[in-house]
Write a protein that binds this ligand. Structure first.
Ligand SMILES: NC(=O)c1ccc[n+]([C@@H]2O[C@H](COP(=O)([O-])OP(=O)(O)OC[C@H]3O[C@@H](n4cnc5c(N)ncnc54)[C@H](OP(=O)(O)O)[C@@H]3O)[C@@H](O)[C@H]2O)c1
Length: 273
């Protein structure tokens, strides 16, 4: 029997590339997105169906499993991919910026896991893949909200893996490095509080460095392949670094003292700017 993967944020980037790859590999794909009516290309793929899902809307989360089960026999994998970056000096952010960042990147994932855990337990098996980032394990100035949302996801996912192993539910973390998607376009919200001064030089250096790294980065197909590996390798492995330099930077983070690691990182960022 064909297996089924449900993907959040499948309208763009990593989610979209993953939807295409799994459809190509013969999987059923439940490609969820905020605006399925605007999607024209994906719906032409065999065994792929579109569903409306905004991860911040409880009414969408609560009906997604029955909606997908009306089309496909069973859901085997939940791929929590949807996310965005709320960036800029923390001093410039509002309480709403903080809440929204966590609502999408963290609480949306937790809420969907809350829907799927009893479902997977009932089926006797399942898999959850949450999308963190390499910056789920280190930080970058001006990315305090984004980094803390991904750090939260790392802690959540690691603990969940311990809890769910005995129910035959695998839990995994995807840790992409820079990937060329629309993340620095549609998915970047830069705080625009112009009354706060003093960060201009840092903003110029960090944002231009991140943009140029993103331009030179590999496309989302690389990450889609890693998701396919995570789903099919049969292992209990938790973390899947992916993209250029992801494994190397995370190894350096693991073995170097934090002060050395941060010094090297800042030096590289300054050199790029
Ligand atoms: N690109 C990178 O360098 C990079 C690196 C590390 C980690 N990541 C992570 O990878 C994931 C995918 O990002 P991407 O690079 O593929 O960027 P992207 O092309 O901009 O895709 C982001 C996706 O998230 C969706 N989304 C945002 N808010 C949502 C909500 N409330 N409900 C449902 N969907 C929502 C977007 O939907 P709309 O089309 O409706 O806006 C879009 O489909 C994110 O979690 C991101 O943090 C990316």
């Amino acid at each position: 029997m064909r297996k089924t993967i449900l993907i959040t944020g499948a309208s763009s980037g990593i989610g979209r590339a993953t939807a295409k790859l799994f459809a190509e590999k013969g999987w059923n794909v439940a490609a969820t997105m905020r605006a399925p009516k605007e999607e024209t290309e994906l719906k032409e793929l065999p065994n792929l169906k579109l569903y409306e899902l905004d991860v911040t809307r409880k009414e969408h989360l609560q009906k997604i499993i029955p909606e997908v089960e009306a089309d496909f026999p069973k859901i085997d994998v939940l791929f929590n991919n949807a996310g965005y970056g709320a960036v800029g000096a923390f001093e410039k952010s509002s309480e709403e910026d903080v809440l929204q960042q966590f609502q999408v990147n963290v609480f949306g994932v937790m809420d969907l896991c809350r829907e799927f855990i009893p479902y997977f337990r009932m089926k006797g098996e399942g898999m959850i893949i949450n999308t963190s980032s390499v910056v789920g394990r280190f930080t970058i100035p001006l990315y305090s909200l984004y980094c803390s949302s991904k750090w939260a996801l790392e802690g959540f996912t690691e603990a969940l893996q311990f809890e769910l192993r005995k129910f035959n539910i695998k839990v995994k973390l995807l840790e992409p490095a820079a990937i060329k998607t629309d993340f620095h376009g549609r998915s970047l919200k830069i705080f625009d509080n112009e009354s706060v001064k003093g960060y201009e030089k840092m903003e110029k250096a960090i944002f231009s460095g991140m943009r140029s790294r993103n331009e030179k980065a590999p496309g989302p197909e690389v990450v889609a392949k890693t998701v396919f590996k995570a789903v099919t390798d049969g292992s209990q492995k938790l973390r899947y670094p992916t993209g250029k330099g992801a494994s190397a930077v995370l190894l350096a983070r693991k073995i170097l003292p934090t002060s050395w690691f941060n010094k090297i990182l800042l030096k590289q960022q300054n050199r790029r700017s």
